[in-house]
Design a protein around this ligand. Structure first.
Ligand code: THU
Length: 132
């Protein structure tokens, strides 16, 4: 299955009774496998989680930490746009040149990179050292 089909399919399972805005995300790991996630809302609104976070969690749970491709899809008039927190989450596991397909169910789509989404991303280099 291709990345967009995976994102479109998992979006069907989104739990979004409050916003009614269902989002699907799929990331490809370095192994070539695809990991999918949908948004899961909560009556205590801040406890909800984004589709991208779900896809990333599934990838990490499977033992992978390198994203090679991303797709996010929503039923919106303009291409799905990852929130700020998700942009940082993607940047944790994807190099700047990794492509992100921002899609709609039957409308326009846009191809960008992780670096486009988060210019000047906070990284370990900003702490003056190489890692944790
Ligand atoms: N949402 C995502 O799943 N990903 C994003 O990057 C943007 C927003 C979800 C969160 C919430 O369930 C709904 O969309 C409306 O904000």
């Amino acid at each position: 299955m291709d990345l967009k089909s995976a994102a479109r399919a998992v979006r069907e399972n989104a739990y979004a009774p409050y916003s009614h805005y269902k989002v699907g995300a799929a990331v490809r790991g370095a192994s070539g496998l695809i990991y999918a996630g949908c948004n899961v809302e909560n009556v205590a609104y801040p406890e909800g989680t984004c589709a991208e976070a779900g896809a990333i969690a599934a990838m990490v749970a499977a033992g992978e930490t390198e994203i090679t491709e991303v797709c996010v899809i929503a039923d919106s008039p303009t291409p799905a746009s990852p929130c700020g927190g998700c942009r940082q989450k993607l940047a944790e596991f994807a190099r700047g040149e990794v492509t992100v397909l921002l899609a709609t169910i039957d409308g326009p789509e846009q191809m960008v990179t992780v670096a486009d989404l988060l210019p000047g991303a906070f990284a370990t280099s900003h702490m003056g050292r190489d890692g944790a």
